[in-house]
Write a protein that binds this ligand. Structure first.
Ligand code: PLP
Length: 413
């Protein structure tokens, strides 16, 4: 207990303990926090679907029919037909052979990675030494991928962010191992995309499998919102496409699409799937409705992209030279942790929620305001945020001095 008390004190003294706001109501793109109305510029609810009337109606119908929980793993008695319907809907949307759903994106990554890589003993399977495997991941992968790698008994190596030379070096030194390359499709803190065609090319050259986490791309990236494989025209060429249902889909859950065989195997081998209760019915119906809206209402995505352009060009014209982002995640890199927090607090005082993200969520010295934009923001709301950014930036004396986010070499484990 003493150790934990000391650690908490140290985190607070070092200003590393985040401001955690209590949200009373969610009239997106606004939020009611402690009784006051704020414009939200940090949500992953990119299309505003979590409160879409049709999605809410579908969720209520599910509760009326099935109640609020499955209370069982899929393997026992939790395999509701609507879960299978949802998996088919995801596979159809993603144009992939088959899909499975997990309780969250985090649960998906910690189940999929060991499930794919680790050996199975018994059933006359040849003995495989896990050290003959190798997971190779991007340095900036999401924490849930890192945890999935740590849970796996297979060793992991990390390549410099989006650095294909480094990836190739690792691949070429490990030609005879069974290899899995893992990357985010859109990186959650930087908003840039992985160079999927290059990764696929290298994977073919060196006989490696590829897994992507398309959490922030699904519903947003690609002409039809099918994510980074659609954007790069490489659909059907990635072995494992994982994502969350908690961002543009507006709900909760994680999914994996892959071949029928891989999905059938992981449904008995991925431990976070087998040993956990299944997604609640209201989520299932809500997600099916969200997927229909994403496919039938491209105007939502079009509005989001207009808003992305508006916010990005506005930040640029104010003098925030920040954005290498290619997506709805628009980080303003401040660097100094103290200044980044001050900036977020100034924004908050002006009615804008755009929190500071600091170490360990991002590398030390890379503190930032992680700004995101939604399809449901009005142009006036974006202008209001821009005005606040200008005032806060002036007050802190950082406009024009904030550096473009350079990706200098980083320590690699
Ligand atoms: C890239 C990425 N993967 C996975 C997750 C985890 O998803 P979930 O919130 O559904 O657990 C997140 C969530 O922040 C994420 O950004």
């Amino acid at each position: 207990m003493d150790y934990m008390k000391k650690l908490l004190k140290a985190l607070k003294e070092e200003n590393l303990y985040p401001d955690i706001r209590t949200v009373n109501d969610v009239p997106y793109p606004e939020l009611i926090i402690e009784g006051r109305r704020y414009l939200c510029f940090c949500s992953n609810n990119y299309l505003g679907l979590s409160i879409h009337p049709e999605v809410k109606k579908a969720a209520i119908e599910a509760i009326q029919r099935f109640g609020i929980g499955t209370c069982e793993s899929r393997i026992i008695a939790g395999n509701l037909s609507i879960l299978e319907e949802l998996e088919q809907a995801i596979a159809d949307f993603k144009k992939e052979p088959a899909a499975m759903v997990f309780l969250s994106g985090f649960m998906a990554n910690i189940g999929i990675i060991p499930g794919v890589m680790d050996s199975f003993e018994g059933l006359g399977m040849p003995a495989v030494n896990n050290d003959e495997n190798l997971i190779i991941r991007d340095y900036l992968c999401h924490t849930s991928i890192i945890e999935g790698c740590r849970l796996s008994k297979s060793p992991t190596k990390t390549y410099l962010h989006n650095n294909m030379e480094h990836l190739e070096k690792i691949l070429s030194r490990n030609e005879h191992r069974r290899k899995l390359i893992i990357t985010d499709g859109v990186f959650s803190m930087d908003g840039d995309m992985a160079p999927l065609p290059d990764i696929i090319y290298l994977a073919k050259q060196y006989n490696a499998m590829v897994m992507i986490d398309d959490a922030h791309a699904t519903g947003v990236i690609g002409k039809n919102g099918r994510g980074t494989p659609e954007h790069f025209d490489v659909e059907g060429q990635i072995d494992l496409v994982m994502g969350t249902l908690s961002k543009a889909i507006g709900a909760l859950g994680g999914y994996l699409t892959s071949s029928r065989e891989v999905i059938d195997l992981l449904k008995v081998k991925a431990r976070s799937y087998v040993f956990s209760s299944s997604l609640p019915p209201e989520q299932v119906y809500g997600i099916i409705k969200s997927l229909q809206i994403i496919q039938n209402k491209p105007e939502l995505r079009e509005r989001l992209w207009k808003n992305i352009d508006h916010l990005k060009s506005g930040l640029k014209s104010i003098g925030f030279k920040t954005v290498e982002s290619e997506t709805q995640i628009i980080p303003i890199i401040i660097g100094d942790e103290e200044k980044s927090k001050k900036m977020a607090r100034l924004m908050f005082d002006m009615g804008i929620l755009a929190p500071s993200v600091t170490y360990p969520a991002v590398p030390e010295g890379k503190s930032r305001i992680r700004c995101t934009v939604m399809a449901t923001h009005t142009p006036q709301q974006i202008d209001k945020a821009l005005e606040a950014f200008q005032v806060a930036g002036d007050k802190l004396g950082i406009i024009g001095k904030v550096k473009t986010h350079k990706r200098e070499p980083i320590h690699v484990v």
